[in-house]
Each structure stands twice: as C-alpha cells, then as structure tokens.
Design a protein around this ligand. Structure first.
Ligand code: NDP
Ligand code: VSD
Length: 297
C-alpha cells in the first residue's frame, strides 16, 4: 500500500517536472543585457560577472574597495566576446545609506541602460559560538547581508516593473536553509533573504520579473578563508559533510538557474502558490481598470 502511494507521488512529481518548461518564462538572453553584480569584485560575485560577460552581457560591478574593483574589471574583461562590451565599476557600501545606493544605480542605468538582471552577492560572514561573537556583529551581518540586498533591489524594481521584465538573484547559503553550530549571527541574515525573495516574487510575478535564491555550500573564496580564521571545530566538521565547491562552478549554476528560472521546487511551489498568484493578478487588473475609469471621469 505504502509503495503504491510512494509510486504515485513520484509519478506526480515527475509529471510536474516534465510540464515545467511549458509554464516557465522564456529564458533571458544575456547577450547585450545589463547585469549588476554586487560583491562583484571577489569570490562568487566575480565569477558570476565573468559567466555573464562570457555570454555577452554588459556588467556593473559594485563593491567598496576601488583597487579590488579595478583588478576584477581587468579579469572580467579578458572574457569579452565582442568589442562593444563594457565593465563599469561602482564603489559604494550597499548596506549603509539607501539614497546613495539609489543614486549609483541611477548612474549605472544612465551609462549602460536599464538593469535587466541584478545579482545580490555582496555579503560577509563570521562564525563562532554565540557568546563569542561580538554583539555588534549581529547587527552588522543583518545590515550587509540583508539590507545590502534590499537596497539595490529597491533601486531597480520600479524600472523593472515599468519594463515588465527583469531578474533578481539573492545569494543565500546552505546556512540559510538550516541553522548550524557557529552561525548564530550569519544564518539569520541568510534566512531573511529567503523571506524577502518569496514575498517579493509573489508581488512581481505579474510584471514578468523573476526572483531566484541560491543556497551554496562552502565555496573556495577569500571570504571563506577569512571566515575559517575563527571557525569552531564543530562548524568545520559539519561543513565538511557538504564539501567545498569552486566559485566558478557555483557561479555557473547560479547564472543558469536565473536565466532558465524553473526548478523542481518552483514547480511544486507553483501549485500551492498558484492560487495566491491569481489573487494578485486579479487585484492588479482591477486596480488598473479603476485607474483608467478615474481618468475618463
Ligand atoms: N564562500 C562561501 O563559502 C559561501 C558564500 N556565500 C555567500 O556568497 C556571497 C559571496 O561570498 P564570497 O564570494 O565568499 O565573498 P568574498 O568575501 O570573497 O567577497 C565579498 C564581496 O562583497 C563585497 N562587499 C562586502 N561587503 C560589502 C558592502 N557593505 N558593500 C558593498 N560590497 C560589499 C566585497 O567587496 P568590498 O569588501 O570591497 O566591499 C566583495 O566584492 C556572500 O553573500 C556569502 O555570504 C554563500 C555560501 C557559501
Ligand atoms: C535542504 C536542506 C539542506 C541542508 C544542507 C545541510 C548541509 C550541512 C553543511 C552546511 C555547511 C555550511 C555552509 C555555509 C557556507 C557559508 O555560507 C559560509 N562559508 C560563507 O562564508
């Protein structure tokens, strides 16, 4: 009996998976697109920039340190596929002042056109036992990892909605799916991204804008090397079960998911979220109709 039920479930999931391409949005063409990568001067963000540049995108790299930005720009430029492509560098702290973030995004849009894809990869981590982590770090990580993703997203969303197109990516972490020893300061900031992404997705799907969240395991980057300096043994042993990935591999998967935007999880989610989405769409149509009616009066 149990076997039969299990077989049905498997068959149902497979069916969903098979029909998913029919209901997914058209893949985004990166050729000629403007991609903004926060945290693009190092590690995973830099590899994401390279991956997009190799597919013909125009890139804006966002981070604080100008020297690292220029170095990354040179590295990314090696992967040009035509002579029109541009890499723009912008130095700003994505977490401190919204108006500053808004104004640099505006500058980037003036130079390279409206943002087609935003990759929120700027982030930082710290590991240590709860009582050993300096109290102000809890606030800092929420600011950089969470608000540092809210601000750039907020700065691009209006234009994306007007154009009825766009992709927004959030880089969470495996520690953003499950809370682990040593990550009391880091995990919550990555959990927060998931709440943001799911809520935002429901609002903007009618505008043909798609949100993806990546949950990478440990990845070999300068950020990880820094984190390892204070990592408790327990955290090391737990993380080892998942292994260490290479940043270029992680970047490839993140970019592919963002372009194609339809994984198995999304297909299943589609069923229980489908009815909510139709509520949102109905409200939007009603609002537009009443706006039009107001104008006529
Ligand atoms: N490496 C890993 O094991 C994993 C990493 N992640 C996540 O992936 C993302 C990238 O990680 P990783 O490549 O290791 O990080 P790195 O430390 O190598 O790079 C971080 C990047 O973010 C930028 N950045 C940091 N703070 C700010 C800020 N306040 N404003 C603007 N830019 C900022 C840095 O530049 P600058 O300092 O000059 O501002 C740099 O470009 C992070 O969000 C991280 O949490 C997720 C899972 C695993
Ligand atoms: C569906 C549920 C999935 C659960 C997976 C469990 C995996 C356990 C090992 C996790 C290792 C922690 C990686 C944190 C990486 C990170 O974000 C920092 N290195 C950033 O610098």
């Amino acid at each position: 009996m149990l076997l039969v039920v299990a077989a049905f479930i498997v068959a149902f999931v497979l069916l969903l998976y098979m029909i998913s391409p029919l209901i997914s949005p058209k893949p985004l063409k990166l050729n000629g697109a403007h991609v903004v990568v926060t945290g693009g001067s190092s590690g995973i963000g830099k590899c994401i920039a390279v991956e997009c540049y190799r597919q013909g995108a125009f890139i804006t790299l966002v981070a604080r340190d100008e020297v690292k930005l220029l170095q990354a720009k040179k590295e990314v430029e090696k992967f040009a596929i035509n002579d029109k492509q541009v890499v723009l560098c912008i130095s700003v702290d994505v977490s401190s002042d919204y108006s500053q973030v808004e104004s640099v995004i505006k500058q980037a849009q003036e130079k390279l056109g409206p943002v087609d894809m935003l990759v929120n990869c700027a982030g930082t981590s710290i590991s240590g036992k709860f009582e050993d982590v300096e109290v102000d770090r809890f606030k800092k990580l929420m600011e950089v990892n969470y608000l540092g993703s809210v601000y750039p997203t907020r700065a691009v969303i209006t234009t994306m909605k007007e154009r009825r197109m766009g992709r927004i990516m959030f880089v969470s972490s495996q520690a953003g799916q499950i809370g682990l020893f040593g990550y009391t300061a880091y995990s919550p900031s990555k959990f927060a991204l998931r709440g943001l992404a799911e809520s935002l997705q429901m609002e903007i799907k009618p505008y043909n804008i798609y949100v993806t969240v990546a949950y990478p395991p440990d990845t070999d980057t300068p950020g990880l090397a820094e984190e390892n300096k204070t990592k408790p043994l327990e955290t090391k042993l737990i993380a080892e079960t998942s292994g260490v990935c290479q940043p270029d591999q992680v970047a490839k998967i993140i970019v592919r998911d963002a372009i194609v935007t339809m994984g198995l999880f999304r297909t299943i989610a589609l069923f229980y979220l489908g009815s909510f989405d139709s509520i949102v769409r109905r409200c939007m149509i009603q609002r537009e109709q009443s706006k039009a009616a107001d104008k006529r009066e």
